[in-house]
Write a protein of this length. Structure first.
Length: 237
């Protein structure tokens, strides 16, 4: 079976970044935005992390968006629902400043354009713990457009998260694609490599490698975008 569909991670893959630097800049801006509404920085950050972990553990009965806000409301009360527009305004305006700590990869843009020109289906398999608005912004920071992808995951349209294999299974269902015709490209040796459990091929993008568990990555096809395109061409021969 030859590849028909390429699944791309976003953060650290198409959009170069240091994850800790990104998270630090994100939380700094978010707390600044919300202090006037009675949120204390440390408790807010803890609350966001608690909500994020709830999304990671989501078992599919609700969307990640519903799970996050239910968890967040258990911490801060029902007032959070009335303040959702404040969070939306943050992602629309303040969040854009986080672009300054992200990089840009011309090779990533060229790889996406090359694969599109060859007729591959492209989907953005980014961990769906952000609103679509924030995901669309990060796509554009990478020099791409949401329309470059047939589908992209966000917390509104997903009920699982990486590294749960069910995330990949539901993604394949939406794409109506078989595992053996898909290739997952990502920089995380755990979250992105979880696609292998469904029979999806995997290419480890090493430019911003994340390997928190010090996994032996020698088993993976790996490299930069030039090596990725060469790998795909070899597999199609």
């Amino acid at each position: 079976m030859k590849f028909t569909t390429i699944l791309f991670d976003l953060d650290g893959t198409l959009l170069p970044m240091d994850q800790e630097e990104f998270t630090g800049a994100y939380f700094k801006l978010l707390t600044k935005k919300l202090i006037p509404y009675g949120y204390q920085p440390e408790s807010l950050i803890n609350g966001i992390w608690t909500g994020t972990m709830a999304m990671v553990k989501n078992t599919g009965e609700k969307t990640n968006e519903e799970v996050f806000w239910e968890c967040f409301s258990e911490i801060y009360g029902e007032k959070v629902f009335a303040e959702k527009p404040v969070f939306e305004d943050f992602y629309r305006v303040d969040f854009q400043q986080v672009k300054a700590v992200c990089g840009y990869s011309r090779e990533a843009v060229e790889a996406v354009r090359t694969l599109k020109s060859k007729g591959y289906r492209l989907a953005l398999a980014t961990n769906p713990i952000f609103p679509a608005m924030a995901t669309e912004s990060r796509i554009r920071w990478a020099g791409l457009e949401p329309a470059d992808f047939e589908l992209y995951t966000a917390y509104e349209n997903s009920s699982y998260s990486k590294p749960n294999p069910e995330y990949y299974r539901t993604l394949l269902e939406k794409l109506q694609a078989r595992p053996e015709e898909c290739l997952m490209v990502g920089n995380d040796a755990k979250e992105d490599a979880a696609a292998l459990k469904l029979g999806i091929s995997f290419f480890l993008l090493t430019d911003c490698l994340i390997n928190k568990e010090n996994r032996d990555i020698s088993e993976f096809a790996q490299g930069g975008f030039a090596e990725l395109l060469q790998f795909i061409d070899r597999m199609q021969a």
